[in-house]
Design a protein. Sequence first.
Length: 255
Amino acid sequence: MARVPLMAGNWKMHKTRAEARAFADALSADAKSARGVEVVVCPPFTALGVLAEALEGTVVKVGGQDCDSHDQGAYTGQTSPAMLREAGATHVILGHSERRQYYGETDASVNEKLKASLKHGLVPIVCVGEKLEEREVQLTDNVIIVQVQRALSGIPAEQVGGLVFAYEPVWAIGTGKTCASDEANRVCGLIRETIARHVGPGPADDVRILYGGSVKPETIAEQMAQPQIDGALVGGASLEAESFAKLVAFDQVTA
Ligand code: PGA
């Protein structure tokens, strides 16, 4: 089964509600009706509702940037998967390196959140990636394999095919240093092999694996031409409607 490409924007801590509405207004009609590609924008929680409303009737979906693993309770500052769903989210980013680095996210908490997201019908976009110092001592593959295995711990095989992984080398995020496409392809292939070892080749073939890290309209065609790369998780270049629309139309972009 051919995997449908997925273009996901991660706004991080950018944009107010008004700015989110302006983005939705500015996004081209082509992007809003794109075929053959799934499109998701992940705004801050506060803008989720307005963005979902503003994009209603278009193909563009919205997602959260994190969630809690509990359904509800005394967890100050947290947002449950059910709350995300009710605000209009269909997807949720989990284990982004900024959450791992600044907010104590671990492979174990990512795994808990993954289970909670699936329970509430959200599509998780699970981020994995090595730091520069790990790459420099040839630890990339070990880091990736461990992060993928731990994320998948206890997830039933029949739920794995619907997951999305994102390979985001930490040194490539927000730095302008894109990972070479053939290397990104190799690591995405390694992620798929690791998944296959966990649940078999069938579900592993269905999982979509994105590349993230300084993706831009100028780089996307080459990245999407790689057989193991099924889409992109995009920070900076997703903030402007015009550049995000160019990424959505990746098959029309000439590098
Ligand atoms: P970037 O961010 O595209 O700005 O490098 C990617 C990400 O953090 O998901």
